[in-house]
Design a protein around this ligand. Structure first.
Ligand code: GLY
Length: 320
């Protein structure tokens, strides 16, 4: 079978001025992850590589470019999961780490635990030679300005994730040629969150899940809502009951909207290579590399009758 990799750069109301960088960022990450699969890497290697590329890109809320908490600090969450064995690793509330997804993978591979948090996660990073970096290296001028502008925490339900205030999360899912699936998710969380707040992203079954018997999911959106409905597992439970990955994603996001008024997005891949990218926010940047084709959504500039300019999504495919 042929390998598939899908990435997202967060479900939220991406402002027009950030749309081109968001689209090119997810395309570059999908190409990068896909090249790992092509050169014989596993699904796990590919999702880690794709998420590292997104963490390094200041356009996205993860790694460099993460949002700031109420004290103006960066606290990062990430998860990675291997569908072959259900092994998983996560970090939460970690500071001064450039690529939390790789630290999460180290938790999975080098400890007998699933999640390390705060000081303990940083101590572990130091013990295995992952260097701490100064906070300044993670904070963009854009985020400093947004944080100054919005010194207030929003509940972050449907309305807020459809404003330009929210700024959310990155993720990747993949299936490799052997039919193994994996997922990874990484985030700075919600701007102005309380110190110590942990969202859905590092929590197994919520921000991500991977199981070779059903598929792999990475979620984005309002963390507290995703946690309440255990969104990643909910999607895979629909798949296990015979739904396609697209229908399972739509049903689960709709349930989250109806039941807890939460908005968000998901990417899913099945062991047979079916994939879907679905969202209930205004926009979500995503790209999928499948069968030698790169799929992505472009926010195309149109002029409407009232001569306001707006961007509407157009599905595009390119040769990889
Ligand atoms: N979805 C990311 C968060 O709420 O932290």
């Amino acid at each position: 079978m042929s390998a598939v990799l899908v990435v997202h750069g967060g479900a939220w109301s991406i402002p027009d001025e950030m749309a081109p960088a968001s689209v090119s960022g997810v395309k570059a990450a999908a190409r990068h992850g896909s090249s790992v699969l092509k050169s014989g890497g596993s699904a796990l290697d590919a999702v880690e590589a794709a998420v590292r590329a997104l963490e390094d890109n200041p356009t996205f809320n993860a790694g460099y470019g993460a949002t700031l908490n109420i004290d103006g600090e960066v606290e990062l969450d990430a998860i990675i999961m291997d569908g072959r064995t259900l092994a998983s690793g996560a970090v939460s509330c970690v500071k001064n780490i450039a690529n939390p997804v790789s630290l999460a993978r180290a938790v999975m591979e080098k400890t007998s635990h699933i999640m390390l948090t705060g000081k303990g996660a940083n101590q572990f990073a130091e013990s295995i030679g992952i260097n701490a970096i100064p906070t300044d290296k993670l904070v963009t001028e854009y985020e400093k300005k947004e944080w100054e502008k919005h010194k207030k925490y929003f509940a972050g339900v449907m309305e807020e994730f459809n404003t330009k205030w929210a700024h959310d999360t990155v993720g990747a899912v993949a299936v490799d040629c052997a039919g193994n699936v994996a997922c990874a998710t990484s985030t700075g969380g919600i701007r102005n969150k309380m110190v110590g707040r942990v969202g859905d992203s590092p929590v197994i079954g919520c921000g991500g899940y991977a199981n070779n018997s059903s598929g792999a999911v990475s979620c984005t959106g309002h963390g507290e809502s995703i946690l309440k409905v255990t969104l990643a597992r909910l999607i895979l439970s629909h798949v296990e009951q015979g739904k396609s990955v697209a229908d399972a994603s739509r049903l689960s996001l709709q349930y989250m909207g109806d039941r807890v008024q939460g908005a968000g997005g998901t990417i899913v891949v099945s062991p047979s290579g079916q994939w879907a990218a679905t969202f209930t926010t205004e926009r979500m940047a995503w790209a999928a590399a499948a069968d030698g084709v790169l799929w992505f959504e472009y926010f195309h500039t149109l002029s409407c009758l009232l001569s306001n300019t707006y961007l509407s999504p157009v599905l595009i495919k390119h040769i990889l």
